[in-house]
Design a protein around this ligand. Structure first.
Ligand SMILES: [Zn+2]
Length: 120
């Protein structure tokens, strides 16, 4: 996948909801998966997708720990819009594109570009 141009990111080591773990266990989850990806695939996983990715699945401290573990960015999964200057690189919003047509997604993306908000 890497040779084909795909970026490899981390989703933590064992998929625990990070906000439910003590800080040292969170850091382990964050750093262990990154180390394994480096060791076994030779890739530097610079980005992270939080397990579950909901608003309560990670905390401000989790974001700090992700930075300290070497990630450049982390993705949530509760939706929303990423606006320049207003989006933390450790809480980058994503949306699901399942259950909708490609053309609908393209229209929503275009609307978002002009209005600054994603309309589900
Ligand atoms: Zn997952």
């Amino acid at each position: 996948m890497s040779k084909g141009g795909m970026a490899i990111g981390s989703h933590t080591h064992s998929h625990h909801v990070l906000s439910q773990l003590e800080p040292d266990r969170q850091y382990e989850e964050l750093s262990e998966s990154r180390a394994i990806l480096k060791e076994q695939l030779g890739v530097a996983a610079d980005v992270l997708a939080y397990p579950v990715g909901g608003r309560t699945s990670f905390t401000d401290q989790t974001q700090t720990l992700a930075r300290e573990a070497g990630y450049r960015a982390a993705f949530s999964y509760y939706g929303g819009t990423n606006l320049p200057g207003k989006t933390s690189p450790y809480d980058v919003s994503r949306i699901s594109i399942s259950d909708q047509s490609w053309s609908r997604f393209r229209v929503q993306k275009a609307v978002c570009r002009f209005t600054g908000s994603y309309l589900p």
